[in-house]
Design a protein around this ligand. Sequence first.
Ligand SMILES: [Zn+2]
Length: 242
Amino acid sequence: MSLSESEIERYQRQLLVDGWDQEKLKRARVLIVGTGGLGGVSATYLAAAGVGHLRLCDRDTVERSNLNRQILFAADDIGRPKAALAAKKISRHNPEIQVEAIADALTESTARDLASGCDLIIDGLDNHSDRLILNKTACARHLPFVYGAVDEWMGQVSFFHPPQTACLACLLPRDISNRGPIPVYGAMPGVIGSLQATLALRYLLTGENPMTNTLLIFRSDTMNFESVSFEKRPECVVCGTS
Ligand SMILES: [Zn+2]
């Protein structure tokens, strides 16, 4: 799979990066579930980098209260389906790649279909119970799963790929939060979504995961990044036998 002249021109600056393999990226297929604050950012950077095929899934429509953080959408998008809007916007940014829009609700069954043929899954979700569904699918298909979450002044990111690493259910097996909407301002998913895109690109280009069994926590009140180690749980019902 060679590059066209326009691709060589488009990707000129990143082709200078040591170890960069644009053709490898062009062959890659990534599933991003959620196209809001986190998913909109990671999708934008993966598209800009030239990941050949992006599958975007989001069942929601745009609401005015999304616009403080969901940068793919504009005021005149209110009421319209997010996945299709995100795909259209991303395709305009980079017409060299293929972008698929899917508006399915996330269930164990749809997650299996969504992940089919993909090389990596990015979590752009806003709730832990859906993340656990996606984690289970990633484990079952032996796909790397790039996790990200934000909450008020804090955000966190990790990269799960059992059996080499623990999974999300080893780290956070249950959704223990039982409260209303999560407090969030847009720059936080901007930071965390960018880190997710960075991890995904690093893996797709080199096969490396630089943060095995590590949770990277960013606190914007102190502007500190902290790496916290965690263990794979042998009794984990999701990855324990993998
Ligand atoms: Zn596990």
